[in-house]
Design a protein around this ligand. Structure first.
Ligand code: ASP
Ligand code: MG
Length: 403
């Protein structure tokens, strides 16, 4: 088999962990598999580099930030290659640009445009193990990075470019769960999940896999397995719906703990209103999530929307600045909210799922402030103090603890 194995920060967090990863890779090579490795930076070293940059300068130079942050992955590639050689496995480190990873010319969150598979391919075919730096690439001669958590995307994109059979993502959790096991005691590890469901879960707050990695996997049909490097347990397979045994109505529950709601009340009705507000927010890179518009009394319009709690001040300032143009009567905001979501591909053909979720929330007195739905998800904004009991109640209501 031809496999790409990706090891995250905790998996390569110390010299001892790097030797353990080398042993795991060596075992696969000795079993006759062709292996390409992608690694993240050791432990929290990327955060430490960010801290260093802040200690040196108060302005953020995007080009140099990328040059700096890319060094984290280079450390772990070189160390892992050394550890592999110690075990008698031929190995060599590859930076993103040595591995042919070309990105768009943007710093901080560049998308991969193409990967030239040749350098890595040639090295594997020669019997060696290429150890590739995740999270980085090159554009117009400058080092670029893919955004925090981007090594997952490197691994999946490389699997597609190499036409490898499988991408194994080794992380500190042993798979994808029906809910965060730290919040819901009865959460169960899933054996498989579809790209669509995983993408929703990743976007709705489940932090197992980077959303862009899931998107890339879906686009290229890459088979992905999420598993842990700390044990020999089987992980969760992420694949297309057609190869799954049966569609579950609800597969998992996700949440975002800190959400805030902003409301613009009493705007006169006009066509430009919504576009004006949300263009201003988008221009300032504020991520707006759930949007509710209501026209109760016909002359005026109320709009409320959620943002991350950290963005509240910025959002209010933008709304204040547009006060005259948008002509709202009142600007309200509320913090201390959370968003709870259910995801499941079988929802499409099962009416009554939202109703069941509302009932589960009501059962623990969690009032629903806002609702948003798509074909395969229902999200509700509730008070943060009800989050834990709401997660338990919804998980129980859809019997997610049962196979
Ligand atoms: N080292 C980078 C980060 O901490 C990329 C990654 O780990 O995927 O965000
Ligand atoms: Mg990661």
């Amino acid at each position: 088999m031809f496999i790409v194995q990706k090891f995250g920060g905790t998996s390569v967090g110390s010299a001892q962990r790097i030797r353990a990863v080398a042993a795991r890779v060596a075992k696969r090579v000795q079993a006759g598999d062709q292996v390409v490795v992608v690694v993240s930076a050791m432990g929290h070293s990327t955060d430490e580099l960010v801290g260093l940059s802040q200690a040196v300068s108060s302005t953020r130079n995007n080009r140099e930030m990328d040059a700096l942050l890319a060094t984290g992955e280079q450390v772990s590639t070189a160390l892992l290659a050394m550890a592999l050689q110690d075990l008698g496995v031929e190995a060599a480190s590859f930076t993103g640009w040595q591995a042919g990873v070309r990105t768009e010319p943007v710093h901080g969150a560049a998308r991969i445009e193409a990967i030239d598979p040749q350098p890595v391919r040639t090295y594997v075919d020669g019997g060696g193990v290429p150890v590739v730096a995740g999270f980085q690439g090159i554009a117009a001669g400058a080092v670029t990075t893919l955004g925090r958590g981007g090594s997952d995307t490197t691994a999946v994109a490389l699997t597609a470019a190499l036409k490898a059979d499988l991408c194994e993502i080794y992380t500190d959790v042993d798979g994808v769960y029906t809910a965060d096991p730290r919040m819901v005691a009865t959460a169960r590890k899933l054996t498989d999940i579809s790209y669509e469901e995983m993408l929703e879960l990743a976007n709705l707050g489940t932090q197992v896999l980077h959303p862009r990695a899931v998107e890339t996997a879906k686009r290229h049909g890459v088979n992905v397995v999420v598993r842990t490097s700390f044990a020999d347990t089987e992980g969760t397979v992420i694949t297309d719906m057609a190869s799954m045994e049966g569609l579950r109505v609800v597969t998992g529950v996700a949440f975002e703990k800190e959400v805030a709601r902003i409301a613009l009340v009493g705007m006169p009705r006009s066509e430009r209103q919504l576009a004006d507000v949300f263009t201003a927010l988008a221009d300032s890179q504020v991520n707006v999530d759930v949007i509710v518009q209501s026209v109760v009394k016909s002359e005026t319009v109320d709009v409320s929307f959620t943002v991350q709690e950290a963005d509240v001040e910025r959002t209010l300032a933008i709304c204040e600045r547009s006060r005259e143009r948008i002509a709202y009567k009142e600007l309200l905001h509320e913090t201390g909210l959370s968003k709870i979501s259910i995801v499941g591909a079988g929802m499409i053909s099962n009416p009554g799922v939202a109703a069941q979720m509302f009932a589960a929330l009501e059962a623990v007195s969690a009032q629903v402030w806002m609702v948003s739905t798509s074909e395969i998800k229902v999200s509700c904004v509730i008070d943060q103090r009800h989050l834990k009991s709401a997660l338990d109640s919804v998980h129980e209501s859809f019997a997610l603890h049962q196979e």
